[in-house]
Each structure stands twice: as C-alpha cells, then as structure tokens.
Design a protein around this ligand. Structure first.
Ligand code: FNR
Ligand code: LAC
Length: 363
C-alpha cells in the first residue's frame, strides 16, 4: 500500500486516490472510468469549476439548516446516493456494508437493479426506505413483477434509467479486462431469464444486452406510471423537451444525468443543461441532478441552478472500497460538512435562500 493510502483523507478526491491502491485494476477502471475519451466524464467536473459563487455578506447564518423536504419526507441535506451496480466488486460484504455506512448518515440510497444483494435484503438492513432503480427489461411482465416486488418490500420511489438503450464504449474497463467474477450475480434479475443474473464478459458486450431492452419508448414509461403507486423519476434526461414529455406522461421527477459520463461520450455536463431543464419543469417536477459532484460547493451550485437535490455515485463507492461502512459514512459526512460550510460562507441560512442570484452567471 502506498503513502497515499495512509495519508489523512480530507476530501472525496482523497478517497478516489486511496481506492486506486485498494482495488484490483480492473475493478478500479470499471468504477472510475467513463466512456470513449472520457470527455463527458471530465466535463461533469470542469462545468462546476467554471461557475463562480457570489456570497451574500452580513446575513445571520447562526441557525443554519441544511434540511430539505420532497416526496413526503424530510432529508438531512440534499444529497442522495445514486444507484450503482455490483457492490461486491468493491467490498466482500457488498451492499450490506454500504447500507451500514449509509445508515449512520440519515441519507437515502437508491438501490441498483444490478445489485449483488436482493432488494428485500437491502431494505431489511436499511434504517430508511430505499429508492429503487430499474431498467425496462425485454420482458415487460418481468419488469412489472420486479417493480411491484420492490414496492411491496418498502421502496419509496422508482428511478427508471433511460440513457443506456444500447451499450457504451467502455474502453477503459475493456482494456483492463474487467469482468464480473463468477459467484457474483444480479440476484434481482434471477427470474428474468436463464443467464440474466450471471454477468458475462464485458468485451463480449454481454453484460447488459441480455437484460436491457433497446426498444424502450415513452409508452413504456406511461405503462410504468399507470401501475405504480409511488413516485416515478426518469433518470438520464439531458433535453428540456424530454423533461416536458416526462411531465406529460405523469413522472413526478427527472434526474438530469449522463450516467456519470459512462453512456454516450460527448454529451454535455449535466450542470450545463440543468438550468434550462429546471426553467421548464422546475415548478411542477422534482428536478434532481448527478455527475461530478465532489464538493459541498458543487451541491450549492446545483441547487442555485434549479436542482432540489443531487446524487453522488463514485465517491461513496471509493469510500466502500477503501474503508467499508466507515468509508461510506466518512465520504457522506465530508460532503455534508462542506455543504454546510458553503451555505454559511455564501450567506444562506436555509435551502430556500439558495437561488440563481448566488451565481455570478448561470452556466
Ligand atoms: C453507475 N450508475 C448506474 N446508474 C444506474 O441507473 N444503474 C446502475 O446500476 C448504475 N451503476 C453504476 C455503477 C458504477 C460503478 C458507477 C460509477 C455508476 C450511474 C450512477 O447512478 C450515477 O448516474 C453516476 O455515478 C453519477 O456520477 P458520479 O457521481 O459518479 O460522477
Ligand atoms: C454501469 C451500469 C451498471 O454504469 O449502469 O456500470
């Protein structure tokens, strides 16, 4: 283990550096990589750095609160854990370890349909209701069965991911020879088909093809909406027009996302398209955003641009890889402390005071 591994970990980036040492190369490349030239992956970050905050001075921030409220529940601060696949790649105990870490923080995790632990077991271990992420599968009957199963187990919202209708050019993971080791399976998908649960080699492009449909359209979203009794969020929206359609078909929220730069390389940073989407649907839908959030100031900037909350993906997995549950907790607590600091230093005592006037210019 290198010096980086033992150095004090002060920021989320420090956990990434430590994860590079802690993980086998193929797992690290799967986790950290984007697609193509990683152009979108880099843009997700640089977009935040390109926008400046204009603090309000001489406001009383002595009773600062980071609390927010959406979908009928209070959240300690406006950050949730994005759905991410295969936690057993990053820790022996997989999702159970992640949940132990998240439980300490009072934040909400979105369980991935590609988890290596069943949703039921995840929900049983979680102190808060989880959200669930789903793809529309080739077998629509199975998709419905799965969604109804997780709702029965206590899921509080469903995120349907729509930005990967076909495979992406995951060059880094392919070059590193990434494959999901035998013995790890997508247990939620066991009943979909004979081999759906057991991941195939990524260079054969078989990891997703067998389980995900390429013919998903708005009518699938309408159908999902018609039988679901809990909020439905569309994950992977980059165009305002699509957010408007999401609203028309009855979605309660949209997640402005480019899959963390892992789907189509060359699409804009999510932070860049967020303001226009929020302008169009922000009054009626819960607008959320993910991609490249690494600092409390990024959270502040996203909220000032119209998001009600944001998600982090890779950072809590770096925490999981480096230090298990306590790494997960630590990553979230660092972000919480940074966000509270960013609010205080910019003169905001409550979330309602974070608005577009906090930014020198919108993206
Ligand atoms: C993901 N993401 C993802 N999204 C999804 O809808 N279902 C999934 O199973 C996964 N799996 C997954 C695995 C890994 C290793 C990563 C890094 C990401 C995308 C995720 O939900 C989110 O959109 C991004 O991770 C957000 O960007 P950052 O925070 O990682 O920059
Ligand atoms: C990924 C898939 C699982 O980004 O969503 O790896």
């Amino acid at each position: 283990l290198s010096e980086t591994y033992f150095a004090p970990r002060v920021t989320l980036d420090d956990f990434e550096a430590a994860a590079l040492t802690a993980l086998p190369k193929s797992a690290f490349e799967y986790l950290a990589g984007g697609s193509g030239y990683d152009v979108t992956l880099r843009r997700n970050r640089s977009a935040f750095d390109n926008v400046e905050i204009l603090p309000r001075i001489l406001t009383d921030v002595s009773s600062l609160t980071t609390k927010v409220f959406f979908f009928g529940r209070e959240h300690r601060f406006p950050v949730l854990m994005a759905p991410t696949a295969f936690h057993r790649l990053f820790h022996l105990n997989g999702e159970a370890e992640t949940i132990r870490g998240v439980n300490q923080t009072g934040t909400t995790l979105v369980a991935s349909s590609f988890s290596t632990t069943s949703f039921e077991d995840m929900q049983a271990a979680s102190t808060r209701p989880l959200w669930f992420q789903v793809y529309v599968h080739p077998d629509r009957g199975f998709t419905r069965e799965l969604v109804e199963r997780v709702v029965a187990a206590g899921a509080e919202a469903i995120c349907v991911t729509v930005d990967l209708p076909t495979n992406a050019a995951r060059d880094r993971e392919a070059r590193a020879g990434f494959e999901v080791p035998p013995g790890m399976s997508r247990v939620n998908l066991e009943r979909l088909s004979a081999n759906a649960a057991h991941a195939l080699h990524s260079s054969e492009n078989g990891l997703y093809n067998s389980v995900r449909a390429a013919n998903v359209t708005w009518s699938d979203i309408e159908k999902l909406r018609s039988y679901l009794r809990i909020p439905l969020l569309l994950k992977g929206v980059l165009r305002a027009q699509d957010a408007i359609t999401a609203q028309k078909v009855g979605c309660e929220g949209v997640i402005v996302s480019n899959h963390g730069g892992r789907a189509l390389d060359g699409v804009p940073a999510t932070f860049r398209v967020l303001p226009e989407i929020a302008d169009h649907v922000g009054d009626t839908l819960v607008v959320m955003c993910d991609g490249g959030i690494r600092r409390g100031t990024d959270v502040l900037k996203a909220l000032a641009s119209g998001a009600q909350a944001v998600f982090i993906g890779r950072p809590y997995l770096y925490g999981l890889a480096v230090d298990g549950a306590s790494g997960v907790t630590r990553v979230i607590e660092i972000l919480y402390a940074e966000f509270a600091m960013a609010m205080g230093l910019s003169g905001c005592a409550s979330i309602a005071e974070i608005n577009a006037t906090l930014l020198l210019k919108r993206y």
